[in-house]
Design a protein around this ligand. Structure first.
Ligand code: KIV
Ligand code: ZN
Length: 520
């Protein structure tokens, strides 16, 4: 096997499949920042969005394409000519653009656009040829490939290759396949489809049964040379293959999986934190590679072994994934330059104005909390809002709670520069506070999720709160952190409302309102 054949291309779809996850919506600036981190980390291909889905998606893909330094920039398009044209308009700015077009080929997916097998075959030929006339780098995906009849899958893959596709992606759209089948499917396609040796096969696995990483690696062993994945495994339902897992598995077990990627693994931890922050989807503590506990050795027997020889219980070093020791990092006497430098170590590049705002909040926190950890700074960054998006601000609040109900909250909010005050009761302090927000800002959004996490240990720990709201199909997540859980809750709700106002103003079609299956 040549060196070239050992190279596995990493295709990141955090900004497309990941962002499709309800509530994971990122702002334009956040998308640009994540794309630049992916590019810097050595991701070969960034799927930056679905340009026809909304003006916002189009603008983000176009700008990411313009800014990209090394990565190929890819956009998604359904099997329709206007989708493909729109996708090309966005990605054409990249030094290395790619169009990714797809159609559902399984019996269940074929039934949706009401195309029979022959009509669909014709549509594939027409759309892939059209894409190839625009761009010399074209990826085609038979959605739900793992539940498509093998003969029909071979037929459609052959048509796409003949029409000019340079990469064929085999999605396990519903996360149904098992590693043995994932490998067999790639092997079968390589054996049966004429021209299969001329193109790259990709694997795109969803994690519904927790097998996405294993399925992706099995596909690579069988001959696939592109893995589609997302940071933290972000994605619809149980998510996609986690980039950090496949990359570290190939690195650590290179003895049995002799494949290389171009990823600088020391950047994994930072990007994981940034994606968790901007998407509002926290990383589970025991998540492989990037979880808070992935390198923690609590039990006496483990700690003893670790002190004698780290390899006793460690198969990779924390520094390999960019994890530095968590120490008390700052205190109330730390200055602005030290804060900037520490935040840069954590992967946050701040402009002067942003630093000014974060420094004020850092000082406030340091007044209340003696020891400031990295996690506290990360939580602080999570609460940083674009001032232009902050139409509603919390001015002050006071809550009465205890064993005698009803609990009461008094609150003053500033809305578009005008302050107003209310007092409301509720079933607990959070409920009373949320009732104040509802009384002061008229909206019909439904609370979909309310989640609280302690950032560090101790009773003075900050609480990070996520609030997800839904209004007319638009889903937004707001976040905040504070040593006072009720204040963090109110700020998270206000943050979500501000994001909703931005989305209302932009109007247009939401990505999730566009029907992915609508290809007729
Ligand atoms: O899961 C899937 O099938 C997809 C396609 C659009 C490639 O994300
Ligand atoms: Zn997918």
């Amino acid at each position: 096997m040549t060196q070239e054949q050992d190279r596995v291309v990493i295709f990141d779809t955090t900004l497309r499949d990941g962002e499709q996850s309800p509530g994971a919506t990122m702002t334009h600036a956040e998308k640009l920042e994540i794309a630049s981190l992916l590019d810097e980390m050595g991701v070969d291909i960034i799927e930056a969005g679905f340009p026809i889905a909304s003006e916002g998606d189009f603008a983000a893909v176009a700008e990411i394409a313009k800014n990209a330094k090394n990565s190929v920039i890819c956009g998604l398009a359904r099997a329709q000519l206007p989708d493909i044209d729109r996708c090309w308009e966005a990605v054409k700015h990249a030094a290395r653009p790619r169009i990714h077009t797809f159609i559902g080929t399984s019996p269940l997916h074929r039934a949706i656009p009401n195309l029979d097998m022959d009509q669909m075959a014709e549509r594939i030929d027409q759309t892939v040829s059209h894409a190839r006339n625009l761009c010399d780098n074209v990826q085609w995906s038979p959605m739900d490939a793992t539940r498509t009849e093998e003969d029909y899958l071979c037929r459609t893959v052959e048509i796409a290759i003949k029409a000019g596709a340079t990469t064929i992606n085999i999605p396990d759209t519903v996360g149904y396949t098992a590693p043995r089948e994932s490998a067999a499917l790639i092997r079968m396609l390589l054996e049966r489809v004429p021209g299969a040796d001329e193109i790259v096969f990709a694997t795109h696995c969803h994690n519904d049964l927790g097998m996405a990483t294993a399925n992706s690696l099995a596909a690579v062993e069988a001959g696939a040379r592109q893995i589609e994945c997302t940071i933290n495994g972000l994605g619809e339902r149980a998510g996609n293959t986690a980039l950090e897992e496949v990359v570290m598995a190939l690195k650590v077990r290179n003895d049995i999986m002799p494949f290389q990627t171009g990823i600088d693994t020391t950047k994994l931890m930072n990007i994981s934190r940034r994606v968790a922050t901007v998407s509002g989807f926290p990383v589970q503590f025991n998540k492989a590679i990037v979880g808070k506990n992935a390198f923690a050795h609590e039990s006496g027997i483990h700690q003893d072994g670790m002190l004698k020889n780290a390899e006793t219980f460690e198969i990779m070093r924390p520094e390999d994934v960019g994890l530095t020791e968590t120490n008390i990092v700052m205190g109330k006497h730390s200055g602005r330059a030290a804060l900037r430098s520490k935040l840069e170590d954590l992967g946050f590049e701040l402009g002067d104005n942003q630093l000014k705002d974060v420094f004020v909040r850092f000082k406030e926190l340091a007044d209340r909390k003696k020891e400031i950890y990295e996690e506290d700074l990360i939580a602080l960054m999570r609460t940083t809002t674009d001032p232009e998006e902050e139409r509603i601000k919390l001015v002050s609040m006071r809550v009465v709670c205890g064993t005698e109900g009803p609990q009461q909250a008094d609150m003053t909010l500033e809305v578009d520069g005008t302050e107003s005050t209310t007092s409301q009761t509720g079933d607990g302090p959070v409920d009373a506070s949320f009732n104040c927000i509802k009384a002061l800002v008229s909206h019909t959004a439904r609370l979909q999720l309310y989640q609280v996490h302690a950032v560090t240990e101790g009773t003075d720990a900050q609480a990070t709160v996520s609030v997800r709201l839904e209004e007319d199909g638009r889903i937004v997540t707001g976040q905040s952190a504070d040593t006072d859980t009720v204040v963090a809750s109110v700020r998270a709700y206000v943050n979500a409302l501000n994001r909703l106002l931005v989305r209302r103003k932009k109007g247009g079609t939401d990505k999730r309102e566009i029907n992915y299956k609508d290809v007729g």
